[in-house]
Design a protein around this ligand. Structure first.
Ligand code: ADP
Length: 535
């Protein structure tokens, strides 16, 4: 495709003949885009809610992922349509900003697109639809502010936080252990949270997993767990009051950096060289001992000779520790990462109350626990599970729960889940539509109908009649003038979400509505699709 100008300066587009058929304009373009967006939403729709289905995705190299997390499903799907990619991006932004609600946001956008299609067919201009959606989203967000409730929690009263995290986990594969996992997530967030500044640095929470054991064995460790063991089997397995030297320099004699040649042609020369090397190791070990280190954690490896010497001189060491872990260990133990032996000083040592090696199963699988650290604001969630897929899915679910707890610390407002907030917004948007004299009122009504898609999807996924269930709940909300009736997905016997303790964060829900509206507006405003190849 090329943009050219005629002699009067008027622009025109030149398309090569074989490319002509890939140009879509006007209503055709909008319809094609809408159907691409809807296709993506349809895939995720069945995964929404506590009874949602899981997806199994296989990557080109054969790795299998089983998940029901919207962002992960879309991330792993090989989407090559540009509009479908926008939906993937949408889910990713929700994940980035909020961390939870990644399925809901795509289902919502899909519903908005579906409704927009109907309006387009009735001859309403896409710009008017986009404007109507914008107005409606503002009304919905304001209404959410209005129905939101604040709840108090403290370091001693973590129950409300746990309940909200449990709502997030109840729709995941790990819902069998949702209580214990929610507690772990909340305790982890509170351990690293700065409650005065209302901020949480999730980087201080390390999530580590090891295949084996049961999901119930998942634990929170106030410290760091490293998937490494002591470099020599005869080194002590437990060190109390450890003073840790964290080194990024190798435990070996320096290698010549430029080309040098050392001729060793006699036994004496060899022995001198060997002695020198030994002396070098000896000096290094002595240096560590001199500053008072009782444990050395090294980014690089060291050879058997150094290893033996370390064992002999009673200086336990761990080798090949990754950069990220090294940094976390430094933060947790209050130590400094030392790049050169000469720079090692007693103040740079990290401190930990207990460092122990723990073994798992019948194999020689061992891990290093660094606990009771000087700076207790770094924790590890250590996940156990039957297989790798389970551990990966648990990691993703824990990530969602951590994000929810963090959002609540930032802003402790909640709305009720199970579709109740959406139904309440739908009623209020519908009521507001009549007040608009213009064509926008159709779009506003369509927005209200789209909001109903979430409770309908929840009902459908739980094996209930979607339309009947929705109308019953909606009329109940209107009759009793409250906003906590939702879909009883788990067949508990009541659809009062307050009683079922199904909460979601206010900012998460608002973000869902805002992001979905933004993307749909963007899609509606495209009226010309020019692509180089057929799709
Ligand atoms: P997302 O990735 O969008 O969080 P989920 O599959 O986690 O999607 O589903 C979340 C939806 O399920 C929310 O609308 C939430 O209110 C609802 N939900 C979660 N637990 C329950 C429950 N016990 N009863 C009814 N609805 C629930």
């Amino acid at each position: 495709m090329a943009l050219a100008f005629d002699e009067f300066g008027r622009p025109f587009i030149i398309l090569k003949e074989q490319e002509q058929k890939t140009r879509l304009r006007g209503l055709d373009a909008q319809k094609a885009n809408i159907s691409a967006g809807k296709a993506v939403a349809r895939i995720l729709r069945t995964s929404l809610g506590p009874k949602g289905m899981d997806k199994m995705l296989q990557s080109p190299d054969g790795d299998v992922t089983i998940t029901n997390d919207g962002a992960t499903i879309l991330e792993q799907m090989d989407v090559d349509n540009q509009i479908a990619k926008l939906m993937v991006e949408l889910s990713r932004s929700q994940d980035y900003e909020i961390g939870d609600g990644t399925t809901g946001v795509v289902v919502m956008a899909g519903a908005l697109l579906e409704q927009a299609e109907k309006l387009l067919e009735r001859g309403i201009h896409p710009t008017r639809i986009a404007e109507g959606y914008e107005m409606a989203s503002k009304i919905a967000v304001q209404h959410l502010d209005h129905i939101a409730q604040k709840f108090d929690f403290g370091v001693t009263n973590i129950e409300p936080l746990v309940q909200t995290c449990m709502t997030t986990l109840s729709s995941k594969i790990v819902n069998r252990c949702k209580r214990s996992l929610a507690e772990i997530a909340v305790k982890a967030v509170l351990a690293v949270a700065d409650l005065e500044r209302k901020d949480v640095n999730l980087d201080l929470i390390k999530v580590e997993g090891k295949v084996g054991g049961k999901l119930e064995d998942t634990e929170l460790i106030y410290g760091i767990v490293v998937d490494k063991d002591m470099s020599h089997p005869q080194m002590p397995k437990q060190i109390e009051d450890a003073k840790i030297a964290i080194l990024t320099c190798p435990f070996e004699p320096p290698k010549p950096k430029t080309k040098h040649k050392v001729d060793i042609d006699t036994v004496e020369k060899f022995q001198t060289l060997r002695k020198q090397e030994q002396q070098y190791f000896d000096d290094m070990v002595q240096k560590c001992k001199d500053v008072g280190a009782t444990l050395v954690i090294c980014q690089w490896g060291f050879d058997d000779e150094a290893n033996h010497l370390l064992m002999h001189r009673n200086l336990p060491a761990v080798r090949w520790v990754g950069g990220v872990e090294l940094e976390l260990i430094a933060i947790a133990t209050g130590g400094r990462i030392v790049p050169r032996f000469q720079e090692l000083t007693p103040e740079k040592l990290g401190r930990a109350g207990l460092v122990r090696e723990k073994s798992f199963g019948t194999t020689k699988d061992r891990m290093l626990y660094i606990e009771h650290c000087a700076n207790s604001r770094a924790v590890t969630i250590f996940i156990r599970g039957g297989n790798k897929m389970m551990i990966e899915e648990t990691k993703r679910s824990i990530h969602d729960a951590l994000c929810v707890a963090r959002n609540l610390i930032r802003n402790n407002s909640i709305v009720y889940g199970g579709g109740s907030a959406e139904i309440s917004c739908s009623v209020s948007v519908e009521a507001a539509a009549d007040k608009y004299p213009g064509v926008e009122q159709y779009a506003i009504r369509a927005f209200a109908d789209s909001l109903d898609f979430i409770p309908m999807a929840l009902a459908e996924n739980s094996g209930l009649q979607p339309i009947e269930t929705l109308s019953a709940v909606k009329s109940q909300q209107i009759k009793e003038n409250n906003h906590y009736y939702g879909i009883d997905c788990n067949d508990v016997g009541t659809n009062d979400m307050r009683e079922q303790n199904v909460f979601e964060t206010l900012i998460g829900k608002q973000q869902q509505i805002l992001l979905a509206t933004q993307v749909v507006k963007m899609i509606l405003k495209i009226d010309d699709v020019i692509s180089p190849c057929d799709y």
